[in-house]
Design a protein around this ligand. Structure first.
Ligand SMILES: [Fe+2]
Length: 469
């Protein structure tokens, strides 16, 4: 079992992204060329090259489709239709890898949470946030409304339904039925803001997707030249993957099957909302294959179309480049690093959300935040993901509980004294109900004889990690 984590340096969300911190792309050491060469040599070169041709052709088509569909490329699903999902709904969600889930909690409840977090922030003016002179992404993890929102029965049911879209190998110690709680920040974006502009990125580490052999095995179909067979909803190796080899500020110590937020405001496209690339298989395939290929001629030499053509790209065993994937940062994307995605056409803003709706996106979804907020009200969300019960995740939750008890930022986040001395901070006693207390590691999970072996094993392991022998 992993030892307890060391607290991180103080900071804010600006330290997570190479682009927000204004840092130059670093040249990676030679071992990264060896890593690429090994991956290429483990596959069939002709199969890889052929799959790149098929993929880049598909991406050109996808950019057309997405640009035409706009918000319709992201499914909007009502809460009841997710809980009792039919095959067509499951199919739509699995194809896009992102969705807006409506009517999870009532408007009144969500607006109440916003009023309460605003009061909490006001009562504690020493709060840290980004940007420092006009705080909008707050280093706030332990306000009472956040604890309530994370524990809300309909929110937990939604997490369970999303986790159930994944398959795990029978008998493997993973529970998709007992989601864990992950404490994250909250964002209250002001109208007119254009500074919290998060460019396209993927959570869950960067270079780790290739460098960690377990993580890499998730993408075996793609890396063997058969991206069409990649199943983004297979959980097995993901739950044991190391997403954090460099302990970077952007690292996530937990496996989130879906990242998500709960909206506290009425926010539509153009109002500082989320943008996603709404085809999960295609974007993941391209992300993983991209560093294995290099351009022959530059865009300036041959023009846009010839530049993107498959014959202008060859397998790369010469450079150490993993575009947009510097160690210890998030995986980032732009038109130079990932030209075939045509991000300016294919990143779409999600459909309008109302207070109490949620946005969800798969662990491998490329996402961004609209650069400008042209709306008239706040664009406010609480980040609350869907986290399966696994050994790694349970170990994180054990450490996270220490953070709640101490009133400090959770282990994944910039450290410091956090909310220790904040007025009105939540404590362990504010975690409501057995389900929520189990999800926080405060109480043991029930273990029953009739449960499937993997489910039972996951719960037993978690209970031992939490210290309930
Ligand atoms: Fe993100």
């Amino acid at each position: 079992m992993a030892g307890r984590r060391k607290p991180r340096a103080e900071g804010d969300i600006g330290s997570v992204f190479a682009s927000l911190s204004g840092e130059e792309a670093a040249v990676l050491p030679p071992r990264f060329r060896d890593l690429k060469t090994q991956i290429i040599n483990d596959a069939d070169r002709a199969a890889l090259t052929a799959s790149w041709g098929r993929l880049t052709e598909r991406l050109a088509q996808a950019a057309e489709e997405i640009e035409t569909a706009q918000q319709d490329a992201v499914p909007t699903v009502a809460y009841d239709d997710l809980i009792n999902a039919d095959a067509a709904t499951v199919q739509r969600i699995k194809r896009a890898g992102a969705l807006v889930l409506t009517d999870v909690v009532s408007r009144a409840e969500a607006e109440g949470w916003l009023a309460d977090v605003e009061a909490y922030v006001k009562a504690n003016p020493q709060v840290k946030g980004f940007p420092a002179d006009d705080k909008q992404v707050f280093e706030v993890y332990w306000s009472k409304p956040q604890l309530e929102a994370r524990a809300h029965p309909r929110s937990v049911a939604a997490q369970r339904a999303l986790l159930s879209l994944f398959a795990s190998a029978p008998g493997s110690p993973v529970s998709l039925d007992a989601p864990l709680t992950y404490a994250d920040r909250l964002r209250i974006r002001h109208p007119g803001d254009s500074r919290f502009a998060l460019g396209p990125h993927m959570d869950g580490g960067s270079i780790e997707r290739w460098e960690d052999p377990t993580y890499r095995s998730v993408y075996a179909a793609i890396l063997s030249g058969n991206w069409e067979a990649f199943d983004a909803f297979e959980i097995a190796a993901r739950s044991a993957a190391n997403q954090n080899l460099y302990d970077g500020a952007g690292a996530c110590g937990i496996f989130r099957a879906f990242q998500g937020w709960t909206s506290l405001s009425d926010t539509g496209p153009g109002e500082g909302t989320l943008r996603v690339y709404p085809l999960i298989r295609e974007q993941t395939a391209y992300t993983l294959l991209r560093p294995l290929f290099r351009e022959v001629k530059s865009k300036a030499e041959v023009g846009h179309e010839a530049y993107l053509a498959p014959q202008n790209w060859v397998l790369d065993t010469e450079t150490t480049e993993f575009p947009g994937a510097p160690p210890a940062r998030s995986q980032e994307f732009n038109d130079d690093t990932h030209p075939h995605l045509q991000l300016s056409r294919s990143m779409v803003s999600i459909p309008r959300v109302r207070p109490g709706d949620q946005a969800w996106w798969h662990a491998d979804t490329i996402h961004a935040v609209e650069s400008a907020h042209r709306g008239t009200g706040p664009s406010a969300v609480m980040y609350i993901p869907a986290v399966p019960l696994t050994r790694v995740n349970a170990a994180y939750v054990r450490d996270q509980l220490d953070s709640l008890r101490g009133g400090v930022p959770p282990p994944d986040f910039p450290g410091g004294e956090g909310e220790q001395n904040f007025r009105g901070r939540a404590t362990e006693r504010d975690v409501p109900g057995d389900t929520a207390r189990q999800a926080m590691g405060i109480e043991p999970f029930e273990v029953a004889k009739g449960m499937p072996a993997g489910e039972r094993a996951a719960r037993q392991e978690a209970n031992a990690i939490f210290g309930f022998a």
